[in-house]
Write a protein that binds this ligand. Structure first.
Ligand code: SAH
Length: 223
């Protein structure tokens, strides 16, 4: 079920952001419509609300950032959702991308390793009227087995390699969108599962925080 629309005074700013993204080549109408409706100001710290509709990343606490809207748009476009899918998101962060997904898919399961971020995201998603989402605290590099398989999986942090459990939790025909780190650079990958075979596509450069956990980089360190 699509979330209810929240009445606020930021509608004009959202409309301008949608124009900026359109000029940058974002063409997926459903993605643009979701960005035009999700109240991003609810997902950024109160002191930064005046920048909520700029195309910039912003700090959200716990050393993490909410990505630039254009990054979210490019990323969500890559999943090619039609509205009927069950989606798994790894790295809830602020919950903004989770909210965009809630407009674009049937159900969203999102896993975040930092409990404080998961709490904040749950509250903002509730305020934004997103009822078709669930947020859990855990190591998302293991996926989320209870609701598997998923039509789409989106990883919002850069991994050293494609985590095997995520591939196993994809439906036939489903896609996993994930940034992979190669030294100092990152490339966005789309991995699609078809009849037991995996198709790999590279979708350009990316810039994300590291995925931690069992199939990510070391918990505390830089490798
Ligand atoms: N898309 C988010 C930003 C994500 S930043 C937004 O819109 O705000 C990446 C997030 O991934 C961070 O919150 C980080 O804590 C989380 N993360 C990193 N490794 C993880 C793991 N193994 N499991 C779950 N979340 C993880």
């Amino acid at each position: 079920m699509a979330p209810r629309r929240v009445a606020d005074t930021y509608g004009g700013y959202r409309a301008r952001l949608v124009e900026v993204l359109r000029e940058q080549g974002i063409s997926d109408m459903a993605v643009l419509a979701a960005i035009g409706q999700v109240p991003r100001h609810l997902f950024v710290p109160e002191a930064l609300r005046n920048q909520a509709y700029d195309d910039t990343s912003l700090p959200i606490g716990n050393g993490q950032t909410i990505s630039q809207p254009s990054t979210h748009a490019r990323y969500l476009q890559a999943l090619r959702l039609t509205g009927t899918e069950r989606v798994l998101e790894i790295g809830t962060g602020s919950g903004y991308q989770t909210a965009l997904l809630s407009f674009l898919a049937e159900h969203v399961m999102s896993v975040e390793r930092v409990a404080a971020l998961a709490r904040g995201a749950t509250k903002a998603l509730d305020e934004a009227g997103c009822t078709n989402v669930a947020v859990a605290v855990g190591d998302g590099s293991l996926g989320w087995f209870p609701l598997a398989p998923y039509d789409g999986i989106l990883v919002a942090a850069a991994a050293p390699a494609v985590p095997e459990p995520l591939v196993r939790q994809l439906c036939d025909g489903g896609s996993l969108v994930i940034p992979l780190a190669h030294g100092d650079s990152q490339v966005l990958h789309r991995v699609t599962s078809r009849a037991g075979q995996l198709e790999h596509e590279e979708l350009g450069t990316a810039r994300f925080v590291p995925l931690r956990g069992r199939h990510g980089f070391n918990e505390g360190g830089t490798t």
